[in-house]
Design a protein around this ligand. Structure first.
Ligand code: UT7
Length: 335
């Protein structure tokens, strides 16, 4: 029986910093509201004219992860690419990444699970490695949110939260069953799909409708979120997913060295921290700098935490995410 472990991590965020004060120039919002309700101070948005896109940012993060793993792109057997904001309606970001990195004709799979996207993607990669099918898998989370936000006051409840960026991990085969990904746990509850959704474009309103309509005021093209409803579900599901993962491995909350939660709202992470009585250095947050980068958030946070020396050999690292779908899940890792 093989096990899988993370052998390389990388992340990339665009240079362009957008502060809360910048946002208040084009919508009715303010720094105090955004910081108090979300913890966010600034986020990165791709600047007009930049060459960055979802797949380009993913490729930049991936190059770093592959190099840190001591590999080249020729050593990668498979790509799992998580995003809700692919460059095109189809094909997905995975094949674009394969081309940008000049990789062999390996398989490329896209995961459409929004904020839980990276947790789902890592789980998929973990299964392919544990069955022995692949040896090294590139797992990427990347989002270009800023091109699709409603930047008027109408959209302020959503648009101030989201940021652009990408992260990547190389997951590799190991025969040491005491280390690596111990387990992954995935869930969904589709009855709440409409509480956090971008409805268009979709097959219900196919391209012919789009070109016929004057849709610049059509809200269905912008993210809709019932924030309070999502918040209430998030705190419950985060807790459940973490406990489920610990219990599956006969571990306790006190065994956690580092929890890396999806960066949806600092208040959600702080609620979980208080509930589980974790110290500040046991929970990694960077939403203050990057906002919510959806499928990229967990992997950017994990990469940054590792880069800052916050993860040591043998540490118990827990990843957890919740978001649109609703979907949620956790990953338990012995580093
Ligand atoms: O990542 C995927 C999962 N996502 C989440 O987990 C997000 C969960 N939800 C949240 O993080 C929070 O619900 C938000 C940050 C989205 C909103 O915070 P809230 O404390 O739930 O605020 P609210 O939506 O209840 O709005 C309170 C007030 C409203 O005004 P009234 O009706 O009380 O007069 C809003 O219109 O704040 C107003 N408001 C704003 N004011 C200034 C909403 N957005 C803004 C804004 N600036 N950007």
């Amino acid at each position: 029986m093989y096990n899988s472990k993370i052998t390389g991590l990388g992340y990339y965020v665009p240079d362009n910093i957008v502060t809360n004060d910048d946002l208040s120039k084009f919508m009715d919002t303010n720094d105090a509201w955004i910081q108090e309700r979300t913890g966010i101070k600034e986020r990165r948005w791709i600047k007009a004219g930049s060459d960055d896109t979802t797949s380009v940012m993913g490729a930049k993060a991936a190059r770093i992860a592959i190099e840190k793993a001591g590999l080249t792109s020729d050593d990668i057997d498979f790509i799992v690419f998580a995003t809700l904001s692919p460059d095109n309606y189809f094909p997905g970001g995975g094949v674009e990444l394969q081309e940008i990195l000049g990789m062999k004709t390996i398989g490329a799979l896209d995961v459409r699970n929004q904020c839980s996207g990276f947790v789902y993607a890592l789980s998929v990669a973990d299964q392919f490695i544990k069955t022995g099918m692949y040896k090294n898998i590139l797992v990427v989370g990347s989002e270009w949110h800023s091109s699709g936000l409603d930047l008027s006051t109408r959209g302020r409840g959503v648009s101030v939260i989201f940021g652009d960026g990408a992260g990547a991990a190389v997951l590799s085969r190991t025969e040491d069953n005491t280390k690596g990904i111990l387990s992954t746990h995935l869930h969904s509850e589709g009855k709440h799909a409409k509480e956090l959704i971008v409805e268009s474009p979709g097959s219900k309103r196919w391209v012919t409708d789009l070109i016929k309509e004057d849709n610049k005021d059509d809200e269905s093209y912008y993210p809709h979120m019932n924030g309070t409803f999502v918040f209430k579900h998030a705190v419950v599901r985060f807790s459940e997913a973490i406990m489920e993962g610990l219990q599956a491995n006969n571990l306790q909350v006190s065994d956690i060295n580092l929890l890396v939660p999806h960066q949806a709202n600092l208040r959600i992470a702080q609620f979980i921290q208080r509930k589980f009585k974790l110290e500040d250095d046991q929970v990694y947050n960077n939403i203050q700098k990057y906002g919510n980068t959806t499928a990229a958030s967990v992997i950017i946070a994990l990469s940054e935490a590792f880069e800052k020396g916050k993860i040591k050999d043998n540490d118990l690292v827990v990843l957890a995410a919740f978001g649109s779908g609703f979907t949620w899940g956790s990953v338990i890792i012995r580093w």
